[in-house]
Design a protein around this ligand. Sequence first.
Ligand SMILES: [Zn+2]
Length: 282
Amino acid sequence: MSSIKITVMHTGHIHIYPKRLQDGYSFYKAFGITTSKEDWVWLPVSSYLIEHPKGNILFDTGWGRSISPNGVFDGTAQIKAFASTLLYKLNQGYVELGKTAKEQLDKKGIKPEDIDYVILSHLDCDHTQGLKDLAGVKNVLVSREEYSFSRRINLINQIRYHSRWIRGMPVRFFDWNCSGGPFHKSYDLFGDNSIQLISLPGHSPGHLGIKIKDRAGKYVLLYGDAAHNSRSWQLAQPTGIIVDRKKQIETLKWIREESINPYCIESIGNHDPDVHPHVINL
Ligand SMILES: [Zn+2]
């Protein structure tokens, strides 16, 4: 019987201001621009390989090798990779040798050409910067809302997004074709309800999560940065960088309902220190 295998990978770490996990009402406050780096914490950056009978999917790419050429924190390399000193001041990361998504796929004997879909939850650097290491993937799916938002020219977007992370890659858009999720916008990737891309706005306008379901109805929810950890959705309390607080609250309430549903096997966020690399078989 066919089955779905989900490999939760850690593709490096990100250094952030802890308040970003508590109260994100101000972009600048959440980014911790004026705070001492000594208070910051390192969190994992996750990427997920979904081996499905109808195709291989990578959900988010994590960091690429260029930010951390020797597997350790390297500010100079990161500024070069970001082409932005300011973004480096706000987001610092490293990825150990052998731990980029590309390197972990290599170890499994999976080449970029074997990846049918890279799906990006959103376009922040820690989710997209590893994409360039994966030249050869067949399709890169991004929501139209996210792409359009990232192209808007304003100060924050100029710091936050860089088109170079996706430029030259086979980026495709899709039309919502189902009504799942808090805003009734979802996309049934294979037409059999096994992989649903779900609109989860708040952190960014076009943020999406993935619900992976087996034939018995059991499912795994990967919610990316729609919530920063389980506490955030348990309390339905907005956290972190927020572009739409009202929508984020609706998103968090939906994640809570889905996560406590007895059919939910696991509900996983992208930067949760309590989540360790593991494999889920559906
Ligand atoms: Zn993130």
